[in-house]
Design a protein around this ligand. Structure first.
Ligand SMILES: [Zn+2]
Length: 354
């Protein structure tokens, strides 16, 4: 988001029909969905449908047509359509959004429909005031929001009520349909990637995963390991279709627990230096952003003295505190960097966004 600039993201949101953005939303908290006014479920559904419709926004309507009793059409809604992004970009986002459903750390695994590609994204706000589930299949897009008119914490026994409504409705409306997958455009390539370098994997790369790229953005071969290029076999799931069965019992799953350590590690490796700058720029960001930033500072500050790490723990919602912590870090490191401690790595990361 920092490289892209929040304004660019806001322009895309507006092209996808989001009408409630304000100038105050023009900051990095946008990446986590921290918005001043929020987004209505209807606009959220139309925006997700843009991704599901391979990049084309279609204005939502509430009726298809009005006929008289002779069968001739009296009224048809004018429905605006526009292309927001290419079908290649849309496919890559579709694939990314299947990870909460089929990924090993997925937060919406209970939304799976046998044999069908399902994209789904959970959402939570501070103090669990709001619960969201936004997602789609090749057939339908649906969005559910669960919360109170006056903010109150949603307590639901470790279950995501928005998610369970979504899963139960979607499972039922897909019953009897043929299974279907998102269609990969020709210009998108599935590539096996080395997890250590982020480059195209060789046979000597130990940790690999598959990722989708626009043809002309495929990375070079891994420069850290040896061996021949790993070819990725393109799957052709649409070759065998079956009929989706009706569900006989309600879906009532507890939320999968997220492994926050994984998130912490990734951020630590990639953004350690940049995040200090973020703090300085964004004193108004919400607690979501701040809690991530603090974690980075803590880990990045392995050469801190103990007193510094304590300061970090207590500064979860105030980026001003981070700024002063940074200057402390510099001073202390130059004077005394032998008092390293690793206990900072165990500082729990406040759950910010799933
Ligand atoms: Zn490698």
């Amino acid at each position: 988001m920092q490289e892209l600039k929040p304004k660019v993201a806001m322009d895309y949101l507006e092209k996808m029909g989001i009408s409630t953005l304000t100038e105050e939303d023009n900051n990095l908290a946008l990446a986590l969905g921290g918005l001043q006014k929020g987004i209505s479920p209807l606009e959220m559904a139309a925006a997700y449908a843009t991704i599901a419709n391979n990049g084309e926004y279609i204005e939502p309507v509430f009726y298809e047509k009005v006929n008289d009793h002779y069968g001739s059409t009296l009224m048809k809604p004018k429905q605006e359509k526009r292309r927001v992004f290419s079908k290649e970009t849309a496919f890559i986002v579709q694939e990314l959004l299947t990870q909460p459903v089929k990924g090993s750390n997925g937060t919406a695994t209970y939304c799976a429909i046998d044999g069908m590609d399902v994209a789904a994204k959970t959402g939570t706000t501070d103090s669990n005031y709001d619960r969201w589930l936004c997602g789609f299949t090749p057939y339908y897009t649906a969005v559910t929001w669960y919360g109170y008119d006056q903010n109150e914490t949603v307590e639901f026994n470790n279950r995501n009520p928005a998610g369970l409504i979504w899963a139960n409705v979607m499972a039922r409306i897909h019953a009897g349909l043929q299974t279907k997958q998102f269609e990969k455009p020709f210009l998108v390539q599935e590539v096996t990637v080395c997890a250590d370098t982020g480059m195209k994997a060789r046979s000597g790369c130990k940790n690999t995963y598959t990722e989708y790229f626009l043809m002309f953005t495929v990375p070079d071969l891994c420069n850290k390991h040896s061996g021949s290029e790993v070819k990725t076999e393109e799957k052709d799931d649409n070759s065998k279709t079956e009929i989706v069965e009706d569900i006989t019992e309600d879906i009532d799953a507890e939320e999968p627990q997220i492994d926050t350590n994984v998130v912490t590690t990734i951020v630590d490796e990639e953004e350690e230096d940049n995040l200090n700058t973020d703090n300085n720029e964004n004193t108004n960001t919400n607690t979501n952003t701040n809690s991530n930033t603090n974690t980075d500072d803590n880990i990045g500050g392995n050469t801190n003295t103990n007193s510094n790490s304590n300061t970090n723990i207590n500064s979860n919602t105030n980026s001003n505190t981070n700024t002063s912590t940074n200057s402390n870090t510099n001073t202390d490191t130059s004077e005394d960097d032998s008092t390293s401690t690793v206990e900072e790595e165990d500082i729990p990361n406040e759950e910010s966004s799933e």
